[in-house]
Design a protein around this ligand. Structure first.
Ligand SMILES: *[C@@H]1O[C@H](CO)[C@@H](O)[C@H](O)[C@H]1NC(C)=O
Ligand SMILES: *[C@@H]1O[C@H](CO)[C@@H](O)[C@H](O)[C@H]1NC(C)=O
Ligand SMILES: *[C@@H]1O[C@H](CO)[C@@H](O)[C@H](O)[C@H]1NC(C)=O
Ligand SMILES: *[C@@H]1O[C@H](CO)[C@@H](O)[C@H](O)[C@H]1NC(C)=O
Ligand SMILES: *[C@@H]1O[C@H](CO)[C@@H](O)[C@H](O)[C@H]1NC(C)=O
Ligand SMILES: CC(=O)N[C@H]1CO[C@H](CO)[C@@H](O)[C@@H]1O
Length: 557
């Protein structure tokens, strides 16, 4: 028995060496305008295994729970995010990883998957258990399969067929500690060592915006791309407000409740970057002195970063700002959007999505509207107006939903004119649901998920990204590219569907109880009272006689 065990161990070790998995961890801190600071954690595990293999379980760094789920359901790419708060594109620029409020999942299945719908349902159920989130509420009634909005982010083997992609959001999902703990369990060092020790529930949930995400995709292992690996990126995005912290002089201890105690021995690199690009207008000093300064070019614009390497000893980083506060004028990024509801009453409503293009040249975008089945839209009311003039979409893909079976999806390919505001407007009906279909708090309202706007932006600053040393091959951002892909999400909308008066049964019960209670007293009194015969000196006969006499002889009196 022991011999077998030792042999097995040897086998594992040789596999681990053979596959040479890699784990890197990074933290980027970026001061934002308006007294906020953006912290982005990124933990990347690269698993050198053939992504097409069916037997993926031999890994020493990759979470086995997750690998079993992806093999079982034939997943090629998986993207999950759990977010609380709304990213403010207009003042904060673009995040490193974008996500919609609530829970969001999109998956590419491998192109030999037979029953996508069943796999999708089972996958979301497994993920729900893995992350303790209500992802099990995702099924075919609230998922869509967009044609052009979600291209795979990793390598692809065959031609694209969008019937293998699924997308769903749960805008109402609340992100909490119970999601953070299982998320941290997927990390090789758990939360005991390395940068993950900074992820403490208290300070994280005290932020203006926080988002947990998991992105899994196949990547090239080498420049020839003859072998594929699997890359798992786990990230946390946080936006702290200095007014909540009480001071602009931040430090790791103030932001996360503690400093770093030790580095994670499994990590190949463990780095902290602090963006110092705006140091000329908003002067601050860092202590200790950074290990080095580096210039990273992304989106054609160079940013300066102070770099710290996490070592085998406790460390903290503190920044102190010059006394007087400098307010920099905020220039909004080239593309941002928002969404709102129009109309009144409980019969008809409308939805408007406004997209702003601040760039001097036109930008091509794809707008995806994901609408639940209970708001059937009128496509003929669709109006696209750009700077006051009507506009025709270059392509319109409308997949009508079905009552209680399928969500509606609308994809529009638009060319936004330079320096323009484009509004997309359509009307819909509010459906009267069956009474069991209302949630317990029916008067809270129902959510319409965020609209997603995807586009290739021209070069310019405003792109937030992790600086690349050139060490990570596949994920590196190619700075010589002409444009840069961004995907932005609008706010979700709450609508109130016509809701019956659910307090009526309660009122009926109250009324009925009152009546019963009022009736009960006297009834009980009468039925339990002992009837005592009051006997006078006269017997009954004389009494009757008296009574008869009084009746008949009254006239005599
Ligand atoms: C996409 O895949 C589906 C299901 O396998 C198939 O029916 C359809 O013809 C494919 N479409 C294209 C364009 O290959
Ligand atoms: C910011 O600029 C000031 C003055 O130019 C310099 O003393 C300081 O070290 C810089 N801070 C960082 C973090 O580079
Ligand atoms: C930050 O710290 C410096 C030096 O300790 C101090 O002079 C400055 O007033 C502090 N700034 C704020 C905004 O608290
Ligand atoms: C970066 O992009 C340019 C232009 O698309 C291309 O010529 C170059 O080969 C790319 N470099 C890498 C490392 O992919
Ligand atoms: C029951 O009835 C008697 C008279 O019929 C009355 O005096 C008494 O207060 C009643 N008791 C209750 C509890 O109603
Ligand atoms: C907030 C921010 O950094 N805005 C910049 C966006 O990019 C343009 C140029 O492309 C800059 O002028 C803005 O300052």
């Amino acid at each position: 028995m022991a011999v077998v065990f030792i042999l097995l161990c040897y086998f594992q070790l040789s596999l681990a060496l053979q596959y040479s998995d890699k784990f890197t961890e990074e933290l980027v801190l970026k001061p934002l305008v308006q007294d906020q600071i953006y912290a982005h954690f990124q933990f990347t595990t690269i698993w050198n295994v053939d992504a097409r293999s069916r037997d993926l379980f031999q890994s020493h760094l990759f979470s086995r729970a997750l690998s079993e789920v992806i093999v079982r359901h034939n997943v090629q790419e998986l993207h999950i995010s759990l977010t609380a708060g709304l990213w403010n594109y207009e003042t904060w620029g673009y995040p490193i990883v974008d996500s919609a409020p609530g829970a969001e999942v999109w998956v590419w299945f491998k192109d030999d998957t037979n029953d996508i719908d069943t796999n999708w349902k089972q996958l979301t159920n497994s993920l729900s258990g893995l992350l303790c989130a209500s992802l099990n509420q995702i099924d075919n009634t609230n998922s869509i399969n967009p044609d052009i909005s979600f291209a795979p982010t990793g390598i692809i083997s065959n031609t694209l067929n969008s019937s293998f992609v699924r997308y769903a959001t749960l805008p109402r999902e609340i992100v909490c500690t119970e999601n953070l703990t299982p998320w941290k369990k997927l990390l090789p060092c758990d939360s005991k060592l390395g940068l993950a020790t900074l992820l403490n529930a208290g300070p994280i949930h005290n932020t203006r915006y926080h988002s947990l995400s998991i992105h899994l995709r196949p990547i090239c292992r080498n420049a020839q791309c003859d072998l594929a690996s699997i890359e798992l990126t786990q990230s946390v995005d946080l936006v702290y407000d200095f007014t909540i912290l009480g001071t602009r002089n931040w430090s790791l201890r103030k932001l996360f409740g503690q400093g770093i105690m030790n580095s994670c021995p499994l990590a190949d690199t463990s780095t902290i970057y602090v963006e110092t690009t705006n140091n000329d207008t908003n002067i601050f000093h860092l202590s200790p002195t950074p290990d080095e300064y580096l210039i990273s070019t992304r989106g054609g614009f160079s940013s300066q970063f102070a770099k710290y390497v996490v070592k085998e000893r406790p460390m903290t980083i503190a920044a102190s700002y010059a006394d007087k506060q400098m307010y920099t004028v905020n220039i909004p990024p080239p593309l941002y959007a928002n969404q709102y509801k129009i109309g009144y009453g409980q019969q008809k409503g409308g939805l408007v999505t406004k997209i702003y293009n601040n760039h001097w040249a036109p930008i091509d975008v794809v707008v995806l509207q994901n609408l639940p089945w209970y708001i059937p839209i009128y496509l003929h009311t669709l109006k696209i107006i750009s700077n006051g003039t009507p506009m025709k979409p270059q392509k319109l893909i409308y997949k009508p939903g079905k009552m209680r079976e399928k969500a509606h999806s609308l994809e529009l390919m638009l060319r936004l004119p330079a320096k323009s505001t484009t509004s997309i407007k359509f009307y819909f009906d509010y459906v009267f649901l069956k009474w069991q279909e209302y949630p317990p708090d029916a008067n809270h309202g129902f959510y319409i998920g965020s609209a997603i706007i995807s586009g290739h932006l021209p070069l310019g600053r405003n792109y937030t990204g992790i600086p690349q040393d050139g060490s990570t091959y596949a994920s590196s951002f190619n700075a010589s590219r002409k444009n840069y892909f961004v995907q932005i999400r609008t706010e979700p909308i709450v609508i109130t569907l016509p809701t019956p008066d659910f307090s009526m049964p309660y009122n009926v019960i109250c009324l009925a109880c009152t009546v019963v209670a009022l009736a009960f007293g006297p009834l009980h009194n009468i039925t339990t009272k002992r009837l005592v015969l009051k006997v006078n000196s006269d017997n009954l006969l004389t009494k009757l006689k008296k009574f008869g006499r009084s009746l008949f002889c009254s006239k005599k009196l």
